[in-house]
Design a protein around this ligand. Structure first.
Ligand SMILES: NC(=O)c1ccc[n+]([C@@H]2O[C@H](COP(=O)([O-])OP(=O)(O)OC[C@H]3O[C@@H](n4cnc5c(N)ncnc54)[C@H](O)[C@@H]3O)[C@@H](O)[C@H]2O)c1
Length: 382
């Protein structure tokens, strides 16, 4: 962070936060809370954590104590935790098939929720979660790191502010060398009844949320998808994946820009990654620089300094600042549940297109008018 933190509410009254799910990503959340504290942000206390697996919850509780100085109570049943603890908000970090039911239980217990991306396993559950939050009068924010933190906020503000002129094209190649193993060591990510789809959902929403934030709404998509690896195995576990391991999608944005996106885990040997935004006056490569048509190169550090100097660097720290400000002062978060639903809608529009062989309007998937792919997810969930 290069200058004072951009904050809505300086009268810090703190927040009691519980965790449900203490797996891989919980560590990044803890680091985010620590960074927010170090930066002079609002004071979060974590009095309780829960995981179905006691050893995961207990290990996380120890790390919370080392990092924040207070040892949380450990639970294996989140409903018991919600009943016994006085939690103002809960961070939910479980598999995608549980997002909507755990969120509703938290709202019913009087807690606000920060949900992990994707907002839900599929759009209809995302719509339900937004309705539930309204019904219970609770805040629902999304921890979507691709639109949070100084670097991401700076890219979005720079492009929307005209640094590269009018956006013509978005390119994104995300080809991860998972081969025939499991992404992040988690088999559930390859089963659509638990994850909603293959990697195009788990990773894909990061990208579609960023496209939305930087360029604006996507109107229509056309896609092909495939499952190349029919069997996946690692560490003695073997599965027959039902989630796609490769998807190639073309977009048309509402502002006329076009996009080309490949998202795949069926990659052996060498992977490739990269996002580029091309406009009428230059190209922006997130994490690197903007190369303008007149030969000027603007470094990422300069872009951050110019557009997001008061924004905290760590995206997870930023997500907790957003949660705090949404609860305490009603400030609309960048990473809102509504934008998360739209990001999920783009992913499911691509999958709908790959299923039907037709171009698909994103709004038709968000509203539920088109659901041929989503039906297959719901069938597998059952
Ligand atoms: N960069 C990111 O934003 C990012 C990265 C990774 C994961 N995620 C998201 O975070 C969530 C969790 O992912 P992960 O990688 O940590 O998965 P994980 O499989 O490592 O951890 C999930 C944990 O939830 C626990 N769990 C499952 N059901 C539970 C229940 N009913 N009650 C309590 N605990 C329960 C499991 O035992 C497990 O420890 C997913 O939504 C995922 O998409 C986000």
């Amino acid at each position: 962070m290069s200058s004072a933190l951009e904050r809505e509410d300086e009268g810090d009254i703190g927040m009691n936060l519980g965790f449900i799910g203490c797996g891989i990503i919980s560590e990044a959340h803890l680091r985010g809370l620590a960074e927010l504290k170090d930066a002079g942000g609002p004071a979060f206390a974590v009095p309780a954590v829960c995981d179905l697996r006691h050893e995961m919850a207990a290990a996380f509780a120890r790390r919370v104590k080392e990092t924040l100085g207070q040892e949380p109570n450990v639970y294996t049943d989140y409903r018991e935790m919600l009943e016994k603890e006085r939690l103002e908000a809960v961070s939910v970090l479980v598999t995608h098939d549980l997002h909507h039911s755990v969120a509703e239980d938290c709202f019913a217990a009087g807690a606000h929720v920060q949900m992990q991306k994707p907002l839900a396993i599929s759009p209809s559950f995302g719509r339900k979660m937004i309705e539930d939050a309204k019904r219970y009068g609770k805040v629902l924010t999304l921890s979507e790191p691709s639109v949070l933190g100084a670097a991401n906020v700076a890219v979005s503000r720079a492009v929307r502010g005209g640094l590269i002129g009018n956006v013509y094209l978005v390119l994104d190649y995300a080809a991860s060398a998972v081969g025939s193993g499991f992404f992040a060591g988690t088999p559930w990510r390859h089963m659509k009844g638990r994850a909603g789809a293959g990697w195009i959902n788990d990773h894909g929403v990061h990208r579609t949320h960023s496209f939305l934030d930087v360029v604006g709404p996507v109107e229509e998509v056309f896609a092909y998808a495939a499952i190349f690896e029919k069997v996946r195995s690692h560490g003695g576990v073997t599965i027959r994946p039902t989630g796609e391991d490769a998807a190639v999608t073309a977009f048309r944005f509402a502002n006329g820009a076009l996009g080309h996106w490949m998202c795949a885990t069926a990659i052996h040997g060498e992977e490739t990654w990269g996002v580029r935004f091309y406009g009428s006056q230059g190209c922006l490569v997130p994490g690197k620089h903007a190369a303008l048509g007149d030969g000027t190169v603007v470094t990422m550090a300069e872009i951050v300094e110019q557009y997001a100097s008061g924004v905290i660097a760590d995206p997870f720290a930023h997500s907790y600042l957003e949660l705090y400000e949404a609860v305490k002062s009603g400030k609309p978060p960048i990473s809102s549940a509504e934008s998360g639903l739209e990001a999920l809608g783009i992913v499911f529009a691509a999958l709908e297109s790959a299923t039907t062989g037709e171009p698909v309007r994103v709004q038709d998937v968000i509203t539920g008018a088109k659901h041929a792919y989503e039906d297959t997810v719901i069938e597998e969930m059952a």
